[in-house]
Design a protein around this ligand. Structure first.
Ligand code: SAM
Length: 254
């Protein structure tokens, strides 16, 4: 049986293939204004979440005398990979993989603006079938990406496959608010403000409507942790950010 999220595109019932194509369409449409919209929608808080997420990884350049291999899946315009790069300098191998070429093109031009001409490998690929060899990655990150993946469990198994023994999985994603009062305010804010701003700034209300609805469909913290364990990971855990508006899930491949 399909997982429920693989046949939902926001509130619509679609086939898994349609879902993947629709997600590509969403990010084609928003790529140019993606970074600006993130700042507006979150009042800049996404930057603090991403900073904290990358601190949790404790990035370093080398391990036992060799460069560490980082893979940032759904890497988009580079926010996570750039933060890792800032912490580790030029000594690590950092690969970004994303389904959407336009997001990666935007990311490359941002990297060049920062003077990073050759610091990353940029790969177009699906989190469900990564073009990456088995057991070749030390740190796998995915930020605000897993929610958009059609088959979440397939992506989790792929993460497990590409990690080396001892490698770690880190996922930052919108999640479920734990405080009822805050949950109500957050619902009102997200259903009214986010699609409205999406329309004003990107002339695309539907993509931002999808964003809000996809958050509601995403598994709860505990369910996602269970699914990470089922993919093979040990020591699975999660940490809520901002009372559960977002959460970081971690797993280790032993
Ligand atoms: N990680 C970046 C960040 O935190 O700013 C970008 C997040 S953006 C909300 C989601 C990204 O996931 C988009 O770039 C989209 O193309 C990518 N994506 C969606 N489904 C994907 C999949 N199945 N495989 C790889 N990337 C995917």
């Amino acid at each position: 049986m399909e997982n429920p999220e693989s046949t939902w595109f926001g509130e619509k019932n679609v086939s898994p293939e349609e879902k993947t194509n629709n997600v590509i369409g969403v990010f084609d449409s928003v790529a140019d204004r993606y970074d600006l919209m993130n700042d507006i929608m979150s009042g800049g808080i996404h930057r603090l979440w991403k900073d904290r997420f990358v601190r949790m990884i404790r990035p370093r350049a080398t391990l036992d005398g060799r460069s560490i291999d980082y893979l940032d899946v759904a890497g988009g315009t580079g926010d996570i990979a750039f933060r890792i790069r800032r912490k580790v300098g030029s000594g690590a191998n950092i690969t970004l993989c994303d389904l959407n070429d336009n997001m990666l093109i935007k990311g490359r031009s941002r990297a060049i603006d920062k003077g990073w001409f050759n610091d990353f490998n940029w790969i177009t690929g699906n989190a469900e079938s990564l073009p990456i060899p088995d057991s070749s990655i030390d740190i796998y990150t995915i930020a605000f990406g897993l929610r958009n993946v059609t088959h979440i469990d397939t992506a989790l198994k792929e993460a497990y496959r590409v990690l080396r023994p001892g490698g770690k999985f880190f996922c930052l994603e919108f999640s479920h608010v734990r405080l009822p009062m805050l949950a109500r305010a957050y619902d009102t804010y997200s259903y009214a403000f986010i699609p409205f701003m999406g329309e004003k700034i990107t002339q695309d209300r539907e993509s931002y409507q999808y964003l809000v609805e996809s958050i509601r469909k995403f598994p709860t913290q505990k369910k996602l942790m269970q699914r990470i364990k089922e993919a093979g990971f040990e020591k699975a855990s999660y940490t809520n950010f901002s009372a559960g508006i977002a959460a970081v899930h971690i797993g280790t491949k032993l």
